[in-house]
Design a binder for this molecule. Structure first.
Ligand SMILES: *[C@@H]1O[C@H](CO)[C@@H](O)[C@H](O)[C@H]1NC(C)=O
Ligand SMILES: *[C@@H]1O[C@H](CO)[C@@H](O)[C@H](O)[C@H]1NC(C)=O
Ligand SMILES: *[C@@H]1O[C@H](CO)[C@@H](O)[C@H](O)[C@H]1NC(C)=O
Ligand SMILES: *[C@@H]1O[C@H](CO)[C@@H](O)[C@H](O)[C@H]1NC(C)=O
Length: 533
Protein backbone atom coordinates (compact mmCIF):
# COMPACT_ATOMS: atom_id res chain seq x y z
CA UNK A 1 0.00 0.00 0.00
CA UNK A 2 2.98 2.31 0.39
CA UNK A 3 4.31 1.64 -3.06
CA UNK A 4 3.41 4.95 -4.66
CA UNK A 5 5.20 5.55 -7.95
CA UNK A 6 7.09 8.83 -8.06
CA UNK A 7 5.15 10.47 -10.93
CA UNK A 8 1.80 9.85 -9.20
CA UNK A 9 2.82 11.73 -6.11
CA UNK A 10 4.41 14.71 -7.81
CA UNK A 11 1.10 16.58 -7.91
CA UNK A 12 0.60 16.39 -4.17
CA UNK A 13 4.15 17.52 -3.54
CA UNK A 14 3.98 20.89 -5.14
CA UNK A 15 6.45 22.71 -3.16
CA UNK A 16 5.14 24.31 -0.02
CA UNK A 17 8.43 25.24 1.66
CA UNK A 18 11.56 26.66 0.07
CA UNK A 19 13.91 24.18 -1.53
CA UNK A 20 17.60 24.93 -1.65
CA UNK A 21 18.61 22.63 -4.54
CA UNK A 22 22.10 23.74 -3.70
CA UNK A 23 25.25 23.86 -5.83
CA UNK A 24 28.86 23.18 -4.92
CA UNK A 25 29.54 26.71 -3.66
CA UNK A 26 26.53 26.60 -1.39
CA UNK A 27 27.47 23.19 -0.03
CA UNK A 28 31.05 24.23 0.73
CA UNK A 29 30.09 26.00 3.96
CA UNK A 30 27.99 23.07 5.21
CA UNK A 31 28.83 20.18 7.44
CA UNK A 32 27.17 16.85 6.95
CA UNK A 33 25.77 14.27 9.38
CA UNK A 34 25.54 10.87 7.69
CA UNK A 35 22.98 8.38 9.00
CA UNK A 36 21.41 5.05 8.09
CA UNK A 37 17.66 5.59 8.16
CA UNK A 38 16.92 2.09 9.48
CA UNK A 39 19.24 2.60 12.43
CA UNK A 40 18.88 6.26 13.44
CA UNK A 41 15.40 6.59 14.97
CA UNK A 42 12.00 4.89 15.06
CA UNK A 43 8.86 6.96 14.45
CA UNK A 44 7.61 6.57 18.05
CA UNK A 45 10.97 6.12 19.76
CA UNK A 46 10.15 2.50 20.46
CA UNK A 47 13.28 0.75 21.74
CA UNK A 48 13.08 -1.82 18.96
CA UNK A 49 15.56 -4.65 19.34
CA UNK A 50 18.46 -4.37 16.92
CA UNK A 51 21.47 -6.64 16.55
CA UNK A 52 23.75 -5.05 13.98
CA UNK A 53 25.30 -8.28 12.76
CA UNK A 54 21.91 -9.95 12.25
CA UNK A 55 21.65 -7.71 9.14
CA UNK A 56 17.90 -7.23 9.48
CA UNK A 57 15.61 -4.24 9.39
CA UNK A 58 15.41 -2.66 12.84
CA UNK A 59 12.59 -0.19 12.28
CA UNK A 60 14.12 3.26 11.81
CA UNK A 61 12.22 5.61 9.50
CA UNK A 62 12.07 9.07 7.93
CA UNK A 63 9.51 10.17 10.57
CA UNK A 64 12.01 9.04 13.18
CA UNK A 65 14.66 11.34 11.73
CA UNK A 66 12.25 14.30 11.82
CA UNK A 67 11.79 13.77 15.57
CA UNK A 68 15.51 14.03 16.24
CA UNK A 69 16.59 16.95 14.13
CA UNK A 70 17.22 18.99 17.30
CA UNK A 71 19.84 16.41 18.22
CA UNK A 72 21.63 16.71 14.86
CA UNK A 73 21.36 20.48 14.77
CA UNK A 74 22.52 20.61 18.40
CA UNK A 75 25.89 19.33 17.25
CA UNK A 76 26.03 22.09 14.67
CA UNK A 77 25.44 20.02 11.55
CA UNK A 78 23.41 21.76 8.85
CA UNK A 79 23.02 18.96 6.31
CA UNK A 80 21.86 15.36 6.67
CA UNK A 81 22.88 12.54 4.35
CA UNK A 82 20.38 9.71 4.55
CA UNK A 83 20.79 6.17 3.22
CA UNK A 84 19.13 5.27 -0.13
CA UNK A 85 15.36 5.64 -0.39
CA UNK A 86 14.38 3.43 -3.37
CA UNK A 87 12.49 0.17 -2.94
CA UNK A 88 14.93 -2.68 -2.35
CA UNK A 89 14.77 -6.42 -2.78
CA UNK A 90 12.59 -7.82 0.01
CA UNK A 91 13.23 -10.75 2.30
CA UNK A 92 16.25 -12.63 3.48
CA UNK A 93 19.29 -12.95 1.20
CA UNK A 94 22.61 -14.66 1.91
CA UNK A 95 23.73 -11.25 3.18
CA UNK A 96 20.60 -10.59 5.22
CA UNK A 97 17.97 -7.95 4.52
CA UNK A 98 18.33 -4.73 2.56
CA UNK A 99 18.00 -2.48 5.65
CA UNK A 100 20.87 -0.27 4.38
CA UNK A 101 19.06 0.53 1.13
CA UNK A 102 21.88 -0.19 -1.33
CA UNK A 103 20.02 -3.03 -3.15
CA UNK A 104 17.55 -1.23 -5.44
CA UNK A 105 14.87 -3.40 -6.98
CA UNK A 106 12.51 -0.67 -8.14
CA UNK A 107 13.66 2.87 -8.89
CA UNK A 108 10.09 4.15 -9.16
CA UNK A 109 8.98 3.24 -5.65
CA UNK A 110 10.20 4.27 -2.25
CA UNK A 111 11.26 1.71 0.31
CA UNK A 112 8.03 1.23 2.31
CA UNK A 113 10.06 0.18 5.36
CA UNK A 114 11.13 3.79 5.85
CA UNK A 115 7.75 5.44 5.31
CA UNK A 116 5.60 6.97 2.59
CA UNK A 117 6.25 9.67 0.02
CA UNK A 118 4.61 12.12 2.41
CA UNK A 119 6.96 11.05 5.18
CA UNK A 120 10.03 11.66 3.03
CA UNK A 121 8.57 14.98 1.98
CA UNK A 122 7.97 15.81 5.66
CA UNK A 123 11.65 15.14 6.39
CA UNK A 124 12.69 17.38 3.52
CA UNK A 125 10.36 20.17 4.72
CA UNK A 126 11.46 19.85 8.34
CA UNK A 127 15.11 20.19 7.31
CA UNK A 128 14.42 23.17 5.08
CA UNK A 129 12.46 24.97 7.81
CA UNK A 130 15.63 24.79 9.90
CA UNK A 131 17.77 26.01 7.04
CA UNK A 132 19.31 22.54 6.75
CA UNK A 133 20.04 20.59 3.57
CA UNK A 134 18.88 17.11 2.58
CA UNK A 135 21.41 14.85 0.89
CA UNK A 136 20.16 11.60 -0.65
CA UNK A 137 22.38 8.62 -1.24
CA UNK A 138 21.75 7.11 -4.68
CA UNK A 139 22.88 3.89 -6.36
CA UNK A 140 22.79 3.60 -10.15
CA UNK A 141 25.56 1.07 -10.77
CA UNK A 142 23.62 -2.06 -9.93
CA UNK A 143 20.30 -3.52 -8.86
CA UNK A 144 19.40 -6.61 -6.84
CA UNK A 145 16.61 -9.09 -7.51
CA UNK A 146 15.45 -12.34 -5.93
CA UNK A 147 17.62 -15.15 -7.08
CA UNK A 148 21.30 -15.55 -7.65
CA UNK A 149 21.50 -13.39 -10.80
CA UNK A 150 19.07 -11.17 -12.66
CA UNK A 151 15.48 -12.24 -12.16
CA UNK A 152 13.80 -10.33 -14.98
CA UNK A 153 10.29 -11.19 -13.81
CA UNK A 154 11.05 -9.24 -10.65
CA UNK A 155 11.70 -6.03 -12.59
CA UNK A 156 9.69 -3.39 -14.44
CA UNK A 157 10.54 -1.85 -17.82
CA UNK A 158 13.09 -0.99 -19.06
CA UNK A 159 14.97 -3.18 -16.59
CA UNK A 160 13.04 -6.37 -17.43
CA UNK A 161 15.16 -6.98 -20.52
CA UNK A 162 18.51 -8.72 -20.43
CA UNK A 163 20.09 -5.83 -22.38
CA UNK A 164 19.54 -3.68 -19.30
CA UNK A 165 22.52 -5.40 -17.66
CA UNK A 166 26.13 -5.99 -18.48
CA UNK A 167 27.13 -9.54 -19.25
CA UNK A 168 27.81 -11.38 -16.08
CA UNK A 169 31.42 -11.43 -14.88
CA UNK A 170 32.32 -11.03 -11.21
CA UNK A 171 34.81 -8.26 -10.53
CA UNK A 172 37.84 -9.51 -8.66
CA UNK A 173 39.25 -6.31 -7.15
CA UNK A 174 42.67 -7.88 -6.70
CA UNK A 175 42.97 -9.05 -10.33
CA UNK A 176 40.86 -6.56 -12.23
CA UNK A 177 41.53 -3.28 -10.45
CA UNK A 178 43.81 -2.13 -13.27
CA UNK A 179 41.38 -3.06 -16.04
CA UNK A 180 38.98 -0.13 -16.02
CA UNK A 181 36.58 -1.87 -18.42
CA UNK A 182 36.25 -4.70 -15.94
CA UNK A 183 35.83 -2.21 -13.07
CA UNK A 184 32.99 -0.53 -14.99
CA UNK A 185 31.25 -3.49 -16.57
CA UNK A 186 31.78 -6.54 -14.40
CA UNK A 187 29.52 -7.16 -11.44
CA UNK A 188 30.25 -6.32 -7.82
CA UNK A 189 29.61 -8.94 -5.17
CA UNK A 190 30.61 -12.56 -5.44
CA UNK A 191 29.26 -15.79 -6.90
CA UNK A 192 26.95 -16.27 -3.92
CA UNK A 193 25.61 -12.73 -4.02
CA UNK A 194 26.33 -11.01 -7.32
CA UNK A 195 25.05 -7.46 -7.88
CA UNK A 196 23.64 -7.31 -11.44
CA UNK A 197 25.46 -4.41 -13.10
CA UNK A 198 23.30 -1.93 -14.99
CA UNK A 199 24.24 -1.45 -18.63
CA UNK A 200 24.95 2.25 -18.51
CA UNK A 201 26.05 2.09 -22.14
CA UNK A 202 22.45 1.26 -23.13
CA UNK A 203 20.65 4.53 -24.10
CA UNK A 204 17.28 3.33 -22.81
CA UNK A 205 18.79 2.64 -19.39
CA UNK A 206 20.63 5.95 -19.34
CA UNK A 207 17.45 7.82 -20.30
CA UNK A 208 15.53 6.09 -17.54
CA UNK A 209 18.16 6.91 -14.89
CA UNK A 210 18.32 10.57 -15.93
CA UNK A 211 14.54 10.88 -15.82
CA UNK A 212 14.44 9.13 -12.47
CA UNK A 213 17.04 11.34 -10.78
CA UNK A 214 15.43 14.51 -12.11
CA UNK A 215 12.03 13.53 -10.70
CA UNK A 216 13.47 12.33 -7.42
CA UNK A 217 15.31 15.60 -6.78
CA UNK A 218 12.34 17.72 -7.83
CA UNK A 219 9.74 15.59 -6.08
CA UNK A 220 11.37 15.61 -2.67
CA UNK A 221 13.18 18.92 -2.59
CA UNK A 222 16.57 17.23 -2.50
CA UNK A 223 19.51 19.62 -2.03
CA UNK A 224 22.38 17.34 -2.94
CA UNK A 225 23.32 13.75 -3.72
CA UNK A 226 25.89 11.30 -2.47
CA UNK A 227 26.52 8.87 -5.30
CA UNK A 228 27.50 5.27 -4.62
CA UNK A 229 30.13 3.19 -6.51
CA UNK A 230 31.11 5.99 -8.89
CA UNK A 231 34.23 4.29 -10.27
CA UNK A 232 32.10 1.39 -11.52
CA UNK A 233 30.40 3.51 -14.20
CA UNK A 234 32.08 5.13 -17.21
CA UNK A 235 33.28 8.63 -16.36
CA UNK A 236 31.37 10.43 -19.11
CA UNK A 237 28.07 9.21 -17.66
CA UNK A 238 28.46 11.53 -14.65
CA UNK A 239 28.20 14.99 -16.25
CA UNK A 240 24.90 13.96 -17.87
CA UNK A 241 23.60 12.52 -14.63
CA UNK A 242 24.70 15.62 -12.76
CA UNK A 243 22.92 17.88 -15.23
CA UNK A 244 19.70 15.89 -14.91
CA UNK A 245 19.89 16.08 -11.12
CA UNK A 246 20.67 19.79 -11.08
CA UNK A 247 22.11 19.71 -7.56
CA UNK A 248 25.46 19.21 -5.86
CA UNK A 249 26.88 15.74 -6.34
CA UNK A 250 29.39 14.06 -4.02
CA UNK A 251 30.79 10.80 -5.34
CA UNK A 252 32.17 7.72 -3.67
CA UNK A 253 35.39 6.81 -5.48
CA UNK A 254 36.84 4.06 -3.34
CA UNK A 255 40.59 4.25 -3.83
CA UNK A 256 43.77 4.85 -1.91
CA UNK A 257 45.49 6.49 -4.87
CA UNK A 258 45.22 10.19 -5.65
CA UNK A 259 46.09 9.62 -9.33
CA UNK A 260 43.13 7.29 -9.71
CA UNK A 261 40.84 9.87 -8.10
CA UNK A 262 41.94 12.85 -10.21
CA UNK A 263 39.70 12.31 -13.30
CA UNK A 264 36.64 11.96 -11.08
CA UNK A 265 37.24 15.43 -9.68
CA UNK A 266 36.74 16.63 -13.27
CA UNK A 267 33.32 15.00 -13.75
CA UNK A 268 31.72 15.44 -10.31
CA UNK A 269 31.33 18.44 -8.01
CA UNK A 270 33.23 16.62 -5.31
CA UNK A 271 34.49 13.23 -4.19
CA UNK A 272 34.70 11.67 -0.76
CA UNK A 273 38.34 12.01 0.22
CA UNK A 274 39.21 8.30 0.35
CA UNK A 275 42.85 8.69 -0.77
CA UNK A 276 43.60 10.77 2.32
CA UNK A 277 41.36 8.67 4.59
CA UNK A 278 43.77 5.72 4.55
CA UNK A 279 46.95 7.51 5.68
CA UNK A 280 44.86 9.61 8.06
CA UNK A 281 43.52 6.75 10.12
CA UNK A 282 46.78 4.82 9.89
CA UNK A 283 48.65 7.81 11.27
CA UNK A 284 46.18 9.33 13.71
CA UNK A 285 45.32 6.03 15.41
CA UNK A 286 48.80 4.58 15.77
CA UNK A 287 51.26 6.18 18.18
CA UNK A 288 54.16 4.68 16.20
CA UNK A 289 53.11 6.01 12.78
CA UNK A 290 54.62 9.18 11.30
CA UNK A 291 52.80 12.16 9.84
CA UNK A 292 54.83 12.28 6.66
CA UNK A 293 52.43 9.96 4.76
CA UNK A 294 49.52 12.30 5.51
CA UNK A 295 51.54 15.25 4.28
CA UNK A 296 52.53 13.53 1.04
CA UNK A 297 48.99 12.52 0.06
CA UNK A 298 47.51 15.82 1.17
CA UNK A 299 49.87 17.94 -0.90
CA UNK A 300 49.54 15.68 -3.92
CA UNK A 301 45.72 15.98 -3.74
CA UNK A 302 45.89 19.75 -3.46
CA UNK A 303 48.10 19.84 -6.54
CA UNK A 304 46.28 17.40 -8.79
CA UNK A 305 42.52 17.53 -8.08
CA UNK A 306 40.46 19.91 -10.17
CA UNK A 307 39.90 22.29 -7.26
CA UNK A 308 42.41 20.69 -4.94
CA UNK A 309 40.91 19.36 -1.76
CA UNK A 310 38.22 22.03 -1.99
CA UNK A 311 36.35 19.62 -4.27
CA UNK A 312 36.17 16.88 -1.66
CA UNK A 313 34.40 15.89 1.53
CA UNK A 314 36.45 14.64 4.46
CA UNK A 315 35.51 11.88 6.90
CA UNK A 316 37.06 9.39 9.29
CA UNK A 317 34.08 7.04 9.69
CA UNK A 318 31.24 5.80 7.51
CA UNK A 319 28.98 2.78 7.03
CA UNK A 320 31.69 0.85 5.14
CA UNK A 321 34.59 1.46 7.51
CA UNK A 322 35.44 0.31 11.01
CA UNK A 323 34.70 2.96 13.58
CA UNK A 324 37.70 4.71 15.13
CA UNK A 325 36.83 3.35 18.56
CA UNK A 326 37.02 -0.19 17.20
CA UNK A 327 40.69 0.45 16.40
CA UNK A 328 41.78 2.36 19.51
CA UNK A 329 40.25 3.29 22.84
CA UNK A 330 42.58 6.25 23.34
CA UNK A 331 40.37 9.37 23.53
CA UNK A 332 43.23 11.63 22.47
CA UNK A 333 43.90 9.71 19.25
CA UNK A 334 40.19 9.62 18.46
CA UNK A 335 39.78 13.36 19.01
CA UNK A 336 42.75 14.24 16.85
CA UNK A 337 41.31 12.17 13.99
CA UNK A 338 37.77 13.53 14.45
CA UNK A 339 39.03 17.10 14.38
CA UNK A 340 40.89 16.84 11.11
CA UNK A 341 37.88 16.97 8.71
CA UNK A 342 36.86 20.31 10.22
CA UNK A 343 40.08 22.05 9.20
CA UNK A 344 40.31 20.14 5.93
CA UNK A 345 39.57 22.08 2.71
CA UNK A 346 36.57 19.90 1.90
CA UNK A 347 33.16 19.51 3.51
CA UNK A 348 33.29 17.76 6.89
CA UNK A 349 31.18 14.60 7.17
CA UNK A 350 30.49 12.80 10.43
CA UNK A 351 28.89 9.38 10.73
CA UNK A 352 26.03 8.94 13.21
CA UNK A 353 26.92 7.24 16.47
CA UNK A 354 30.48 8.50 16.69
CA UNK A 355 29.23 11.25 19.00
CA UNK A 356 27.96 8.52 21.35
CA UNK A 357 31.24 6.66 21.39
CA UNK A 358 29.99 3.74 19.31
CA UNK A 359 32.70 1.15 18.71
CA UNK A 360 31.42 -1.11 15.93
CA UNK A 361 33.99 -2.63 13.60
CA UNK A 362 33.61 -3.03 9.86
CA UNK A 363 30.24 -3.65 8.16
CA UNK A 364 27.81 -4.80 9.62
CA UNK A 365 29.04 -3.98 13.15
CA UNK A 366 29.32 -0.24 12.42
CA UNK A 367 25.57 0.07 11.79
CA UNK A 368 24.30 0.09 15.38
CA UNK A 369 20.85 1.39 16.33
CA UNK A 370 21.23 4.85 17.84
CA UNK A 371 18.08 4.68 19.95
CA UNK A 372 19.88 2.67 22.66
CA UNK A 373 21.73 5.86 23.60
CA UNK A 374 18.54 7.87 24.26
CA UNK A 375 20.16 10.60 22.13
CA UNK A 376 22.06 11.99 25.08
CA UNK A 377 23.63 15.34 24.37
CA UNK A 378 25.91 15.43 27.42
CA UNK A 379 28.41 13.10 25.78
CA UNK A 380 31.99 14.37 25.35
CA UNK A 381 32.13 13.71 21.62
CA UNK A 382 28.73 15.33 21.06
CA UNK A 383 30.24 18.45 22.62
CA UNK A 384 33.40 18.00 20.58
CA UNK A 385 31.40 18.05 17.33
CA UNK A 386 29.48 21.08 18.56
CA UNK A 387 32.70 22.97 19.26
CA UNK A 388 34.18 22.05 15.88
CA UNK A 389 31.07 22.99 13.92
CA UNK A 390 30.55 26.29 15.69
CA UNK A 391 34.22 27.21 15.40
CA UNK A 392 34.17 26.45 11.68
CA UNK A 393 31.07 28.62 11.26
CA UNK A 394 32.81 31.46 13.08
CA UNK A 395 35.86 31.05 10.85
CA UNK A 396 33.68 31.23 7.74
CA UNK A 397 31.96 34.37 8.99
CA UNK A 398 35.17 36.03 10.05
CA UNK A 399 37.11 35.40 6.88
CA UNK A 400 35.38 35.38 3.52
CA UNK A 401 38.45 33.53 2.19
CA UNK A 402 38.25 30.64 4.65
CA UNK A 403 36.37 28.36 2.24
CA UNK A 404 38.57 29.06 -0.75
CA UNK A 405 42.02 29.18 0.87
CA UNK A 406 43.80 25.82 0.76
CA UNK A 407 45.11 24.65 4.11
CA UNK A 408 48.86 24.68 4.69
CA UNK A 409 50.75 22.06 6.60
CA UNK A 410 53.30 23.50 8.97
CA UNK A 411 55.81 22.22 11.49
CA UNK A 412 55.53 18.59 10.38
CA UNK A 413 57.31 16.31 12.83
CA UNK A 414 57.19 12.55 13.19
CA UNK A 415 54.35 12.70 15.69
CA UNK A 416 52.84 16.14 15.28
CA UNK A 417 51.81 18.63 12.67
CA UNK A 418 49.94 21.91 12.36
CA UNK A 419 47.33 22.86 9.79
CA UNK A 420 46.90 26.54 9.04
CA UNK A 421 43.67 27.62 7.41
CA UNK A 422 43.29 31.21 8.49
CA UNK A 423 41.91 32.16 10.95
CA UNK A 424 42.33 28.60 12.26
CA UNK A 425 45.52 26.94 13.36
CA UNK A 426 44.91 23.29 14.23
CA UNK A 427 47.53 21.36 16.14
CA UNK A 428 47.61 17.58 15.85
CA UNK A 429 49.57 14.80 17.46
CA UNK A 430 49.44 11.01 17.65
CA UNK A 431 51.48 10.58 20.84
CA UNK A 432 48.28 9.48 22.60
CA UNK A 433 46.97 10.37 26.06
CA UNK A 434 49.46 8.29 28.01
CA UNK A 435 52.73 9.27 26.46
CA UNK A 436 55.40 10.08 29.04
CA UNK A 437 57.33 12.18 26.52
CA UNK A 438 54.69 14.83 25.67
CA UNK A 439 55.08 17.07 22.68
CA UNK A 440 55.32 20.79 21.98
CA UNK A 441 54.11 22.41 18.80
CA UNK A 442 56.25 25.20 17.52
CA UNK A 443 54.77 27.15 14.63
CA UNK A 444 56.46 30.20 13.14
CA UNK A 445 54.88 33.57 12.41
CA UNK A 446 51.35 32.94 11.19
CA UNK A 447 49.38 35.40 13.33
CA UNK A 448 49.88 39.10 13.99
CA UNK A 449 52.40 39.60 16.84
CA UNK A 450 50.95 39.13 20.30
CA UNK A 451 47.58 38.05 18.96
CA UNK A 452 45.33 36.68 21.71
CA UNK A 453 44.33 33.16 20.65
CA UNK A 454 41.85 30.67 22.05
CA UNK A 455 41.85 26.90 21.80
CA UNK A 456 38.19 26.50 20.84
CA UNK A 457 38.13 22.93 22.17
CA UNK A 458 38.99 23.93 25.75
CA UNK A 459 38.65 27.75 25.72
CA UNK A 460 42.24 28.00 26.96
CA UNK A 461 43.98 31.27 26.01
CA UNK A 462 47.32 31.30 24.21
CA UNK A 463 49.30 34.41 23.26
CA UNK A 464 51.12 34.50 19.96
CA UNK A 465 54.75 35.54 20.40
CA UNK A 466 56.25 38.80 19.19
CA UNK A 467 56.74 37.24 15.72
CA UNK A 468 53.18 35.88 15.58
CA UNK A 469 54.35 32.32 16.18
CA UNK A 470 52.98 29.86 18.67
CA UNK A 471 54.68 27.46 21.05
CA UNK A 472 52.27 25.23 22.93
CA UNK A 473 52.67 21.92 24.73
CA UNK A 474 50.06 19.25 24.18
CA UNK A 475 47.91 18.30 27.12
CA UNK A 476 47.41 14.53 27.32
CA UNK A 477 47.92 14.29 23.57
CA UNK A 478 44.73 16.22 22.77
CA UNK A 479 44.48 18.31 19.59
CA UNK A 480 44.03 22.09 19.73
CA UNK A 481 42.26 24.45 17.38
CA UNK A 482 43.53 27.97 17.90
CA UNK A 483 41.62 31.01 16.67
CA UNK A 484 42.07 34.70 17.41
CA UNK A 485 39.75 35.80 20.22
CA UNK A 486 38.61 38.61 17.97
CA UNK A 487 37.45 36.15 15.31
CA UNK A 488 34.91 34.75 17.78
CA UNK A 489 31.65 36.59 18.17
CA UNK A 490 30.95 38.15 21.55
CA UNK A 491 28.06 36.30 23.16
CA UNK A 492 28.44 33.60 20.52
CA UNK A 493 28.55 29.86 21.10
CA UNK A 494 32.34 29.50 21.07
CA UNK A 495 34.19 30.30 24.30
CA UNK A 496 32.02 33.34 25.17
CA UNK A 497 34.17 34.25 28.16
CA UNK A 498 37.20 34.80 25.92
CA UNK A 499 35.66 35.95 22.64
CA UNK A 500 36.19 39.62 21.98
CA UNK A 501 34.45 39.56 18.62
CA UNK A 502 35.78 42.80 17.20
CA UNK A 503 34.68 42.08 13.68
CA UNK A 504 35.63 45.20 11.74
CA UNK A 505 35.96 44.23 8.06
CA UNK A 506 39.55 45.43 8.07
CA UNK A 507 40.37 43.18 11.01
CA UNK A 508 41.01 40.12 8.84
CA UNK A 509 44.29 38.38 9.42
CA UNK A 510 47.22 39.55 7.35
CA UNK A 511 48.24 36.76 5.01
CA UNK A 512 51.72 35.34 5.43
CA UNK A 513 51.94 35.52 1.66
CA UNK A 514 51.42 39.30 1.77
CA UNK A 515 54.30 39.65 4.18
CA UNK A 516 56.50 37.71 1.79
CA UNK A 517 55.29 39.77 -1.14
CA UNK A 518 56.30 42.90 0.73
CA UNK A 519 59.71 41.46 1.50
CA UNK A 520 60.24 40.35 -2.10
CA UNK A 521 59.10 43.72 -3.42
CA UNK A 522 61.53 45.50 -1.06
CA UNK A 523 64.41 43.31 -2.20
CA UNK A 524 63.50 43.86 -5.84
CA UNK A 525 63.22 47.59 -5.27
CA UNK A 526 66.59 47.58 -3.52
CA UNK A 527 68.21 45.58 -6.35
CA UNK A 528 66.71 47.85 -9.02
CA UNK A 529 67.85 50.97 -7.18
CA UNK A 530 71.35 49.59 -6.92
CA UNK A 531 71.28 48.94 -10.67
CA UNK A 532 70.63 52.62 -11.20
CA UNK A 533 73.44 53.74 -8.95
C1 LIG B 1 25.77 28.69 -6.83
O1 LIG B 1 24.61 29.44 -6.61
C2 LIG B 1 24.87 30.76 -6.13
C3 LIG B 1 23.55 31.38 -5.73
O2 LIG B 1 22.55 31.08 -6.66
C4 LIG B 1 25.61 31.54 -7.20
O3 LIG B 1 25.90 32.84 -6.75
C5 LIG B 1 26.91 30.80 -7.51
O4 LIG B 1 27.59 31.42 -8.57
C6 LIG B 1 26.65 29.35 -7.87
N1 LIG B 1 27.92 28.66 -7.95
C7 LIG B 1 28.21 27.80 -8.91
C8 LIG B 1 29.54 27.14 -8.82
O5 LIG B 1 27.44 27.54 -9.81
C1 LIG C 1 11.80 -14.30 -9.70
O1 LIG C 1 10.86 -13.30 -9.33
C2 LIG C 1 9.55 -13.77 -9.28
C3 LIG C 1 8.63 -12.57 -9.05
O2 LIG C 1 9.03 -11.86 -7.91
C4 LIG C 1 9.43 -14.85 -8.20
O3 LIG C 1 8.12 -15.37 -8.18
C5 LIG C 1 10.44 -15.96 -8.48
O4 LIG C 1 10.44 -16.89 -7.43
C6 LIG C 1 11.82 -15.40 -8.65
N1 LIG C 1 12.75 -16.45 -9.07
C7 LIG C 1 13.79 -16.80 -8.33
C8 LIG C 1 14.70 -17.82 -8.93
O5 LIG C 1 14.03 -16.34 -7.23
C1 LIG D 1 39.34 -6.21 -19.22
O1 LIG D 1 38.10 -6.66 -18.76
C2 LIG D 1 37.16 -6.91 -19.78
C3 LIG D 1 35.83 -7.24 -19.12
O2 LIG D 1 35.96 -8.33 -18.28
C4 LIG D 1 37.67 -8.05 -20.65
O3 LIG D 1 36.77 -8.30 -21.70
C5 LIG D 1 39.04 -7.64 -21.22
O4 LIG D 1 39.59 -8.73 -21.92
C6 LIG D 1 39.98 -7.25 -20.10
N1 LIG D 1 41.20 -6.69 -20.69
C7 LIG D 1 42.40 -7.11 -20.36
C8 LIG D 1 43.54 -6.44 -21.03
O5 LIG D 1 42.57 -8.00 -19.53
C1 LIG E 1 45.99 0.37 -1.84
O1 LIG E 1 45.01 -0.56 -2.16
C2 LIG E 1 45.51 -1.69 -2.87
C3 LIG E 1 44.34 -2.48 -3.33
O2 LIG E 1 43.40 -2.64 -2.31
C4 LIG E 1 46.46 -2.45 -1.96
O3 LIG E 1 46.97 -3.56 -2.63
C5 LIG E 1 47.56 -1.52 -1.55
O4 LIG E 1 48.39 -2.16 -0.62
C6 LIG E 1 47.03 -0.24 -0.93
N1 LIG E 1 48.13 0.67 -0.76
C7 LIG E 1 48.29 1.38 0.35
C8 LIG E 1 49.46 2.31 0.34
O5 LIG E 1 47.56 1.29 1.31
Amino acid sequence: MFLVPVPAILGSLLLSTPVFAANATEWSSRSIYQLITDRFATFNDAAAPCVADARKYCGGSWRGIVKHLDYIQGMGFDAVWISPVSANVEGETVLGEAYHGYWTKDFDSLNPRFGTADDLRALSDALHKRGMYLMLDVVVNHMVTRGPGVNLTDLSAPFNDISAFHQRCILLESLDSRNQTAVEQCWLGDSKFPLPDLNTENPAIVAKLLDWIHKLVQGYGVDGLRVDTVKHIRKDFWPEFSKAAGVFMLGEVFTNTTDYAVPYTEVLDAILDYPLYFPLVQTFLDTQAKFSSVATVLMRSQETYKHGLLSTASFVENHDLPRLASVTKDPALIRNAMTFPFVHDGIPVAYYGQEQGYQGGADPYNREALWFTAYQEEKPLFQHFRSLNTARKEAIEFSTDFLTTPMKLLAIQDHSMAVFKPPMLALFTNIGSESPRGITWQVDAVFPPKELLVDVLTCTEVMADSQGGVTVPSVYGMPQVLMPARSLRQGGAVCPSVATGIRAKSAGLPEVRVTWAVIMASILFFVLCRGHL
